[in-house]
Design a protein around this ligand. Structure first.
Ligand code: GUN
Length: 293
């Protein structure tokens, strides 16, 4: 039976570390890390995520503020709000929750965030620094995946990592992180996606499989090599008449069949999910520390 990688536990370890360092930072410098959330519209999932992130800030001893703007907010009003937080000395991180309403140009919004406050790591300046291997604010879910691998005893060094998915939020950045000639990385990385003529051709060769295409249970055990380490980033709702709310959450990997061949596997929920918020806290602390150097 495969090792189940406990993301909740590892995320809590990181949160404890961040809380401890925050106490020290406050004592030494008087700085309280500050994180500003901007939520445009009423997307229910986004509201849940922003609430969870706000609660995590409280646990860390951070200052946080949530700016809720209506669905029909003009793009310029959002840009003005970002400028305000860019200039605020008590705010070290700015997070614009995605997705944004269709009438707003996402790239324009993300590019206005000061790179030193870009705790999501989505600004092209930070993306570029990541690609060339410089120290930077890294996107939270990909950085969380790297921490999960290291802290569960599955260092990717020298392994063949196959990423399935090419999003800007997960697939592309996690490939770039694990490719670096750095401790905790140094993998040979292949980026595959659902456009592949024969996906199994790639997944079969993975020592570490990272599933991040956002399609329910597409990766099955028969597509994997014996003793693979499986990181499942997917969170998909599927109908489940036996559940109280009528649905259940499943990953991009078919857990039951994959766990029979894998050496280690992340569950959904409780695997990658909790790591995203933990790494957001870590990034905010990092941004606050850099602000007084
Ligand atoms: N929407 C889904 N994931 C994320 C994330 O990591 N950051 C932001 N800002 N929005 C998201």
């Amino acid at each position: 039976m495969a090792q189940i990688i406990d993301g909740k536990k590892i995320a809590q370890e990181i949160r404890n570390e961040v809380r401890g360092e925050t106490t020290l930072l406050k004592e030494m410098s008087g700085i309280t890390p500050g994180l500003a959330f901007i939520l445009v519209g009423e997307n229910p999932a986004s509201q849940v995520y922003v609430n969870m992130k706000g609660k995590a800030c409280e646990e860390m001893g951070f200052y946080s503020i949530t700016e809720r703007m209506p669905e029909n907010t003009p793009e310029q009003a959002l840009l003005n709000k970002i400028q305000e937080f860019n200039a605020a000395s008590n705010i070290h991180g700015i997070l614009v929750q995605l997705p944004l309403p269709k009438h707003i140009n996402e790239a324009k919004v993300l590019e206005l965030i000061r790179p030193s406050k870009d705790v999501d790591g989505f600004h092209p300046y930070n993306v570029g620094k990541l690609v060339v291997g410089e120290d930077t604010l890294k996107p939270c879910t990909p950085a969380g995946i790297q921490e999960l691998l290291i802290r569960s005893g599955n260092d990717p060094k020298g392994k063949h990592v196959v990423v399935v998915g090419r999003s800007n939020i997960v697939g592309k950045p996690v490939a770039n992180i694990l490719l670096q000639k750095q401790a905790g990385a140094n993998a040979v990385v292949t980026v595959a996606h659902t456009g592949a003529a024969d996906l199994t051709r790639y997944t079969k060769t993975a020592d570490v499989l990272i599933a991040a295409m956002g399609k329910a249970e597409v990766i099955t055990g028969d597509m994997l090599k014996e003793s693979v380490v499986v990181i499942d980033v997917g969170v998909n709702r599927v109908d489940d008449p036996s559940a109280k709310n009528g649905y259940k959450l499943v990953g991009d990997v078919h857990f039951e069949s994959a766990s029979k061949v894998a050496k280690a596997i992340t569950p959904v929920p409780g695997g990658v999910g909790p790591m995203t918020i933990a790494m957001l806290m870590k990034n905010t602390l990092k941004a606050a520390k850099s602000s007084f150097r």
